[in-house]
Ligand binder design. Structure first.
Ligand code: NDP
Ligand code: 8X3
Length: 250
């Protein structure tokens, strides 16, 4: 079995790579940080008896997405599971004060990058009449919160695309699922606050957030259901979080 995970250099994507390797999946891992991809490849191949292929590119670059995937050997194109995980938030401010370059980054990564990869891989799955696509959405795709505007919009788009793909790929026997996490402690907040570690840490102060392993565990559970069962979507939050805005802190 082969899984392709986008954004596997950190956080949820990285933990999911380890979880699937543990369950004997061969892996195609993508990300922009080559040294991290190389280290993860070496470590997984050492620990688990699986093959890991790394693809080092920016998912916003349509040509790179096409070039990097299309040059895969026929064996590696037999992808059973695609995990559309690469994504990010940049900035936290009202629309009137938002930065256009942050909007472009979020829209190009979270929506357009996901589409570029999905188009290519879904064609391979259609040819094989099987496969499972898991889209990593967010609680931000289920509700909006102040200052989250464009990030929330991109994750609402992921929610819509997840539903659309499920309908369109149904005749081809391809399962489509989404996981919508609340607060997970990864590099997410560090990226959102552009390297401000103190502000990133404050996001999780006084609560026990989800870990990327919690999400990986749930993704594996979705993948590992019997053939006749599909989990359409799963919303998962820390016990201390009820909605994007309702969080109880110590
Ligand atoms: P991390 O920042 O820890 O990981 C993000 C991953 O996405 C990295 O591997 C990064 O790789 C990759 N990525 C980002 N931009 C690009 C790009 N342009 N091209 C290729 N890869 C890219 O965050 P998380 O693990 O938390 O985030 C994973 C997903 O989960 C995202 O879609 C996020 O929106 C979603 N999510 C996160 C939540 C949280 O609270 N943490 C909650 C809900 C959803 P690299 O930088 O090496 O390119
Ligand atoms: C990340 C969760 O609530 O910080 O998608 O937007 S949130």
């Amino acid at each position: 079995m082969i899984a392709l995970i986008t954004g596997a250099t950190a956080g949820i994507g990285k933990s999911t790579a380890y979880k699937l390797a543990e369950n004997k999946y061969h892996l195609i891992l993508t990300g922009r940080r080559k040294e991290k991809l190389d280290a993860i490849q070496e470590d997984i191949e050492k620990k688990y008896n699986v093959k890991v292929l790394t693809l080092n590119f920016d998912i916003r670059d349509k040509q790179q997405c096409q070039q990097q995937l299309n040059q895969l050997s026929d064996d590696w194109k037999q992808i059973d599971v695609l995990i559309n995980n690469a994504g990010l938030a940049q900035g936290l401010s009202t629309v009137d004060k938002g930065l256009e370059e942050d909007w472009d980054t979020m829209i190009d990564t979270n929506i357009k990058g996901l589409l570029y990869i999905t188009k290519i891989v879904s064609n391979w799955m259609i040819a094989r009449k099987k496969g499972h696509i898991i889209n990593v959405g967010s609680i931000a795709g289920k509700e909006v919160y102040p200052n989250g505007n464009v990030y929330c919009a991109t994750k609402h788009a992921v929610d819509a695309l997840n539903k659309a793909m499920r309908i369109e790929l149904l005749p081809h026997h391809i399962k489509v699922s989404a996981i919508h996490p609340g607060m997970v402690e990864t590099e997410f907040s560090l990226v959102r606050f552009k390297g401000d570690a103190q502000r990133a840490k404050q996001t999780y102060t006084g609560i026990q957030p989800l870990t990327p392993e919690d999400i990986a565990e749930s993704i594996w559970w979705m993948i590992n259901r019997p053939a006749h069962v599909n989990i359409n979507e799963l919303v998962i939050v820390p016990s201390a979080q009820a909605t994007a805005r309702d969080v109880i802190r110590n």
